[in-house]
Design a protein around this ligand. Structure first.
Ligand code: MN
Length: 201
């Protein structure tokens, strides 16, 4: 088996009451796990079997005949990135260099919040909202389904919020905007975003 399901970086009940253990049980234990199982089945016996996850994503991106491999590989990567984009007692305004950069690039923290929530709420159907850095400037992106900024040259993802219904339906039902507010107020892991920003140079 080439690919394995990474453990959550916190206990399954650590994000409650904002995201329940029940949601993480399904989201990590079923959805994320299924992408791993599917990818292993799809690459078995091919030259991608021993590639890294990032290599698989880059090598099949844009190739319609490899859509199944791309979707499962990118969803594995996106979910692992999402788990690290949250932490218990997270959320609220960041501090330090990241806070200054957000104020510089978005005008204010409140402007960043409004833009991030808008991106997540207006992603029609399934997808992801992202904070990224491109050319030294912070930007917000939204991607559909399994699409990931990893395949966009010059773009480094800093943190993401999963806006597929399976990420929030058990806790928020159809209220995606409330889930996005909760993510920013109580969950987002600014240490992870700052670390990714510093590595982007
Ligand atoms: Mn998901």
């Amino acid at each position: 088996m080439s690919f394995t399901l990474p453990n959550l970086p916190y206990a399954k009940d650590a994000l409650a009451p904002h995201i329940s253990a029940n949601t993480l049980d399904f989201h990590h234990g079923k959805h994320h796990a299924t992408y791993v199982k599917n990818l292993n089945g799809l690459v078995e016996g091919t030259d991608l079997e021993n590639a890294s996850l990032e290599e698989v994503i880059q090598s099949v991106a844009g190739d319609a005949s490899k859509g199944g491999i791309f979707n499962n590989a990118a969803q594995i990567w996106n979910h692992t990135f999402y788990w690290h984009s949250m932490k218990p007692q997270g959320g609220g305004k960041p501090s330090g260099a990241l806070a200054a950069k957000i104020e510089k690039d978005f005008g204010s923290y409140d402007d960043f919040v409004a833009q991030f929530k808008k991106a997540g709420a207006t992603q029609f159907g399934s997808g992801w909202a992202w904070l990224v850095v491109e050319g030294g400037k912070l930007k917000i992106l939204k991607t559909a389904n399994a699409e990931t900024p990893l395949t966009q040259s010059g773009v480094t993802p800093l943190m993401t919020c999963d806006v597929w219904e399976h990420a929030y339906y058990l806790d928020f039902q159809n209220r995606r905007p409330d889930y996005l507010s909760t993510f920013l107020e109580h969950l987002v892991n600014w240490d992870f975003a700052a670390e990714n920003l510093s590595k982007a140079g």
